[in-house]
Design a protein around this ligand. Structure first.
Ligand SMILES: Cc1cc2nc3c(=O)[nH]c(=O)nc-3n(C[C@H](O)[C@H](O)[C@H](O)COP(=O)(O)O)c2cc1C
Length: 367
């Protein structure tokens, strides 16, 4: 940990020392004068979001997505409490001011650790802190968090309570509809009931079970069947909560249909692989005027500018940024050749602007 990180953590420790009791889940030692004033967050905050995706939705990807939609809510990749409390805080939490609204997703199951990390997230000015209760990976299970937390609603409630007690930004939970072969609605209902009572008003529900044994994380996003009706039932049973659906949503028609009954739709893989779709969201779902200047070319141009800035400020190679925009020309003639140029490591010593010019001349050749 760098000196500044150590300082931030020390200040945070001191701050929390005075505000929250040590025992997780126990009655907190809040001094009422220090209670955060909870700012009401409009439900439209969750209307459309891009899902947290490990190794994909880093700050470069989020910068790119923000160029496409001014309104969509963006999520970070999951950051574990261990990585934040013992690692390089700035590396995990730094983001571009343009990314707002942006939510930090945490992975962990220790209420006191999560409280510290939520506070760090708030200090870094994230707009929301989300707890991951949906990741099925074996590594995450060994850490006793992610989807296996759904079997312990009281522990999740303690985690939520510990975070709600120390931050004013919204705390949300992302979870599945069940684990393993337990398909009962009551399981997810009781989970949402217990966790909402602890102070979480917003649930992002990936509408399939997580099978904790025998499936890879990738298979766990494809094999267990989608059951949107359970998400609708949650909304009917808890009309006062914000219920956001996730999983398998790839078309504007699906988004519109889900928004008729629910508070929001979170899109993952389709947003990543077909990012130009995001460019229509502000007009289609937020009532914004279409922006004539917003074209694939202007977005690419802005990304080239960003690549040069990032290289100058942090020495970031352009390929670490370009990899997130490879789907920009999805479905257009020449898209494959354009993608090949932008992912060609032999060009790594070229300036991004020259790579762009090369990619355009290659696309022309395929016309
Ligand atoms: C590469 C990849 C990484 C993911 N990482 C996370 C993660 O860090 N946290 C999380 O809650 N979900 C993660 N997910 C799951 C997505 O957030 C989302 O729930 C899932 O992809 C289903 O939505 P979709 O069908 O719209 O893609 C990941 C998904 C993918 C494809």
């Amino acid at each position: 940990m760098g000196k500044i990180d150590q300082l931030v953590v020390a200040v945070l420790e001191a701050w929390l020392e005075g505000k929250v009791s040590k025992a997780p889940g126990a009655k907190t030692g809040w001094d009422n004068r220090c209670m955060p004033s909870l700012t009401p967050v409009p439900a439209s905050h969750w209307k459309l979001s891009v899902a947290p995706m490990m190794d994909w939705t880093d700050r470069h990807c989020r910068y790119f997505h923000r160029l496409l939609s001014k309104n969509v809510l963006l999520y970070t990749e999951m950051v574990t409490t261990g990585a934040l409390l013992h690692g390089d805080v700035a590396r995990h939490l730094r983001f571009n001011a343009q990314e707002h609204p942006v939510a930090l997703q945490l992975g962990g199951s220790e209420p006191a650790d999560l409280a510290r990390c939520a506070k760090l997230g708030e200090l870094w000015e994230y707009d929301e802190i989300n707890l991951n209760c949906g990741c099925p990976s074996e590594r995450v299970q060994r850490g006793a968090f992610g989807a296996c937390l759904m079997a312990e609603p009281q522990l999740v409630a303690d985690c939520v309570k510990a975070m709600v007690d120390v931050v004013a930004v919204p705390i949300t939970v992302k979870h599945r509809i069940g684990i393993d072969k337990n398909e009962s609605y009551e399981f997810v209902r009781d989970f949402v009931g217990a966790v909402s009572e602890a102070g979480c008003p917003t649930f992002i529900v990936h509408a399939r079970n997580a099978w904790l044994k025998g499936l890879s994380p990738k298979e766990n996003r494809e094999v267990p069947p989608l059951r949107y009706e359970l998400v609708q039932r949650l909304k009917a049973e808890f009309p006062g909560l914000n219920i956001v659906v996730n999983g398998g949503i790839t078309t504007p028609e699906q988004v519109a249909e889900q928004l008729r009954g629910l508070d929001g739709v979170m899109v993952g893989r389709e947003a990543y692989h077909n990012p130009w779709w995001l460019a229509s969201w502000d007009a289609a779902f937020y009532g914004a005027e279409p922006i004539a200047e917003l074209t694939r070319e202007t977005v690419e141009e802005q990304m080239v500018h960003y690549m040069a800035q990032e290289a100058a400020a942090h020495g970031t190679p352009w390929s670490s940024i370009a990899r997130h925009m490879l789907g920009l020309r999805h479905g257009l003639p020449g898209a494959r050749r354009w993608r090949q140029v932008w992912s060609d490591h032999k060009l790594k010593d070229l300036q991004p602007r020259d790579v762009m010019l090369l990619s355009h001349s290659e696309v022309q050749k395929t016309a």
